[in-house]
Design a binder for this molecule. Structure first.
Ligand SMILES: C[S@@+](CC[C@H](N)C(=O)[O-])C[C@H]1O[C@@H](n2cnc3c(N)ncnc32)[C@H](O)[C@@H]1O
Ligand code: SF4
Length: 450
């Protein structure tokens, strides 16, 4: 392995699930602005909806998500009542500007903590306020430890089309180090329940870079996972940010693989999954060729949103629930992550927005460049600038930043045409960062590139 690769792997770079990234969000964008943006949407614009369920039964020590540990069901029940109010509020704010719902995604936390009846009722509530059709795709993130056959049946009844299972790693000694015991038989059982209920599109989330995780552990996890034949994998590098997520301090730094091993682990994942016939999508997703994301990848139609790589083609994403982020053509807004404050706003009849960012023309151009690099691994800079009615040189400030990466073999550049090399795929985020006008390499605010 080239030693220069370690330098890139060791750099902290944004994940670019949005551009500008959340670091740029400010209180300047408030609920009044959001309301105006919603009212400006073209009437037939297809919508993607996201519902955040910020609850789990037990904290996984590596967790970087917005979640709260609950013991009983009461807090969940209260949250669902407020969520229903928020759905009504948002639907009313865009009553004349509502297009068909193309996608509905439940994320968290663990949406699978909801009882089957409550999940079905929440989808039914959304159906009364928004325009669903038989084409609407509905996806749910599942913690296998919280599943049962009744929930699988409720998902099928609510027309869920896809689920992602948090698998992470199948080795007991790694599971012990992350406080998440989940034997392979449990995951197999959940898949059986889902398939029996009629849900066949299954994603697995895996993580490398976990405490004491070795290359053999990765190999065993992937071997077991392949036996279960999921359609897609999202394979994240563990983001260790203990200054931000205090429970990660329970992970002993000495147990963490170093950068060289993380890079080997990421490469091993790519090798094993592509050898098994999965198409690599961007830097961390893998899909079967006949899966919707695999097909979108083959047709250069993959996009990036808060769930990572997606075949979701919507330009409007409306988020519900504490901490959720909405993406509109005019900019991004985030709901209050503090559940108490989120609830107060909803109960007072306000859209519970706490911060956001409006998109300038330059942001839109750079966002398009960054998303194209991340999703397609190539970019015709001049053509993109012209499509924004700008001079072909409008992105040329990126050229001196890209030059050393080209020298290190991560990409080729000629006549403002950028092509990422096979070696560069692991460093797509480092390459994309060259187009980011806000990012400062010295800032310790993001996770490692690999
Ligand atoms: C909301 S969780 C998925 C559903 C459910 N809560 C679960 O864990 O089974 C989203 C995914 O984010 C990933 N994840 C969470 N914290 C992470 C971290 N610190 N670094 C990398 N990936 C992380 C895990 O793969 C997890 O499955
Ligand atoms: S179950 Fe998922 S969201 Fe909950 S703590 Fe674990 S990784 Fe985080």
């Amino acid at each position: 392995m080239q030693t220069s690769f370690l330098k890139y792997a060791n750099t902290e770079v944004p994940r670019y699930t949005s551009y500008p990234t959340a670091v740029q969000f400010s209180a300047e964008i408030d609920q009044i602005q959001y309301r105006n943006w919603l009212q400006e949407l073209p009437q037939s614009e297809p919508l993607s909806l996201y519902v955040h369920i910020p609850f789990c039964e037990q904290m996984c020590w590596y967790c970087g998500c917005h979640t709260n540990i609950v013991t009983g069901y009461q807090r969940i029940g209260e949250y669902l009542a407020d969520l229903a109010c928020e759905v009504t509020l948002v639907a009313a704010a865009m009553s004349e500007h509502q297009g068909p719902v193309a996608e509905l995604h439940f994320g968290g936390g663990s949406p699978s903590l909801l009882s089957g009846e409550d999940f079905y009722a929440l989808v039914a509530k959304l159906r009364t306020q928004f325009s669903f059709s038989s084409q609407t795709k509905i996806a749910v993130e599942i913690d296998p430890r919280t599943m049962n056959a009744a929930k699988a049946a409720a998902y099928a009844k609510a027309s869920v089309t896809r689920v992602s299972l948090g698998v992470q790693d199948f080795n007991l000694h790694v599971q012990q180090k992350i406080n998440r015991i989940q034997p392979p038989e449990m995951v197999r059982q959940v898949i059986n329940w889902l398939k029996t209920a009629g849900i066949f599109a299954i994603n697995f989330d895996l993580i490398y870079g976990l405490p004491t995780q070795s290359l053999d552990d990765i190999r065993r996890t992937i071997d077991l996972a392949l036996e279960m034949q999921p359609d897609r994998f999202a394979v994240f590098g563990y983001a260790h940010v203990p200054w931000f997520k205090k429970h990660q301090q329970l992970i002993v730094p000495e147990d963490l693989p170093d950068t060289a091993l993380r890079l080997q682990q990421a490469d091993l994942v790519a090798e094993l999954l592509t050898n098994a016939g999965y198409i690599r999508v961007g830097f961390d997703h893998y899909a079967r060729a006949d899966d919707a994301l695999g097909l979108a990848s083959t047709n250069s139609q993959v996009r990036r949103n808060f769930q990572g790589y997606t075949d979701d083609a919507c330009d409007v994403l409306i988020g519900f629930g504490a901490s959720s982020i909405s993406a509109l053509p005019q900019g991004y807004v985030q709901n209050d992550p503090q559940m108490g404050k989120w609830r107060q706003q909803v109960r007072a009849g306000y859209l519970p927005v706490v911060r956001g960012v409006g998109l300038r023309q330059d942001d839109k151009l750079r966002r398009a460049a960054i998303m194209q690099v991340l999703s397609q691994g190539q970019l015709d800079m001049a053509a993109l600038c012209r499509s924004f009615d700008l001079d072909a040189a409008a992105l040329d400030d990126a050229l001196p930043k890209l030059a050393p990466l080209a020298q290190d073999g991560l990409l080729t550049l000629s006549n403002r045409r950028l092509q990422v090399t096979p070696d560069g795929i692991r460093f797509l985020r480092n390459i994309a960062a060259c187009f980011d006008s806000y990012w400062q390499p010295a800032q310790k605010r993001h996770c490692l590139a690999v």
